[in-house]
Design a protein around this ligand. Structure first.
Ligand code: UFG
Length: 345
């Protein structure tokens, strides 16, 4: 298949590109390199066997996107390109609505013009906001009430896709889309060809490992008075390789010719949560290093407990996470960090 991957130089997108190339697909990547890394593309090129085309372009550049879709005879799009810092979205909401919502709309318009029938959009559990305790574990039917512009910027795209599908179905035209909602994506490529490198880094697992390797002095736990067994927040950490495996399974199951159109909304998580303290303990086990821990205030907007009910994707296409042991997730992230202590050069 000829597949367009937006954000293919970023953390999750680059893992998708690696898997698609390994599976024999031909991949065009669009990335504006504002958050992505050219070094990831360089690394992926070494395994591409001529099947990877890279375009430094913005998803919001309509004419560029339409040209890329046509030139590469694209039949499916995986749209990862997005800004993903919750805090930044609160201070820069227009940036998020512009980059995440408006750019996705532009991409879909280009796909419409060219006739692309398969679209996979990376959505997020942030679209659920702070679900009431009776909604934990979180199923896809949980009401979506984002509590920050990041969550809204993704939810708007879900809505746009849904409206577009309805219109295509009414017109008797083929279209299929998926909006997998990610929980906490973690870990790295086991071959360490590519990995997780954010600047700034805000995610728990890389930060804990930075403390273990000595890139930072310590890790601060944001809140120890939550209503959880050890007082710290609980999250569902899904290995990035499993997450991409789900995308591939979804892509192959999409049926644009399904009567009424094909819409797939799936929560992507492992179905159980680990607390911040459990993550730090696991990181100490995996690295064999003592990590200095500070106890700090709660971070605004952090719900106590979030984990997925992944039953729907399992029932419909047979996917479940193969890596449910947090030590294994952390081990892969540690291997990447040891091999690339400064991330991409
Ligand atoms: N945490 C700390 N100390 C740190 C960093 C994080 O205690 O230095 C805690 C957080 O408070 C949270 C947990 O570790 O309880 C995980 O935090 P992350 O920042 O790694 O991830 P989040 O759960 O905040 O964010 C994830 C995704 C977002 C998504 C959000 C939805 O990364 O893209 O879930 O709630 F929007």
């Amino acid at each position: 298949m000829n597949i367009l991957v937006t954000g293919g130089a970023g953390y999750i997108g680059s893992h998708a590109v690696k898997r698609l190339l390994t599976d024999g697909h031909t991949v065009a990547v669009v990335d504006n390199l504002r958050r992505g890394h050219l070094s990831a593309i360089d690394a992926l090129t070494t395994i591409a066997d001529g099947r990877l085309a890279f375009y430094e372009a913005d998803v919001g550049d309509r004419s560029a996107i339409e040209r890329i879709l046509r030139e590469n005879h694209i039949v499916a799009v995986m749209h990862f390109a997005a800004l993903a810092y919750v805090g930044e979205s609160v201070t820069e909401p227009l940036l998020y609505h512009h980059n995440n919502t408006a750019a996705a709309l532009n991409l879909l318009e280009a796909c419409d013009a060219v006739g692309v029938q398969r679209f996979v959009f990376s959505s997020t559990c942030a679209t659920y906001g702070e679900p009431a305790p009776e909604h934990i574990p979180i199923a896809e039917t949980t009401p979506q009430n984002p509590i920050n512009p990041y969550g809204w910027s993704k939810l708007h795209v879900e809505r746009i896709l849904s409206d577009y599908l309805e219109a295509k179905a009414l017109a008797g035209k083929p279209f299929a889309y998926a909006a997998p909602r990610y929980f906490n994506v973690a870990g790295s490529d086991p071959d360490t060809l590519i990995g997780e490198h954010h600047n700034p880094e805000t995610h728990l697992i890389p930060l804990v490992l930075h403390a273990a390797i000595g890139k930072r002095k310590d890790i601060t736990i944001f809140g120890t008075d939550y209503p959880t067994p050890d007082g710290t927040c609980i999250r569902d950490y899904v290995h990035v390789v499993d997450l991409i495996d789900a995308h591939v399974a979804i892509l192959h199951s999409l049926d644009p010719n399904k009567p009424g159109g094909d819409r797939r909304i799936y929560n992507l998580g492992i179905g159980r949560g680990y607390s911040v303290r459990e993550i730090i303990e696991a990181a100490q086990r995996v690295t064999g290093r003592k990590i200095s821990v500070l106890e700090g205030e709660r971070r605004a907007g952090d719900p106590p407990t979030l984990f997925a009910n992944p039953a729907k994707i399992n029932a419909e296409i047979g996917w479940s996470a193969s890596c449910t042991d947090i030590d294994e997730v952390i081990k892969s992230a540690w291997r990447w960090l040891e091999a690339h202590p400064n991330g991409y050069a």
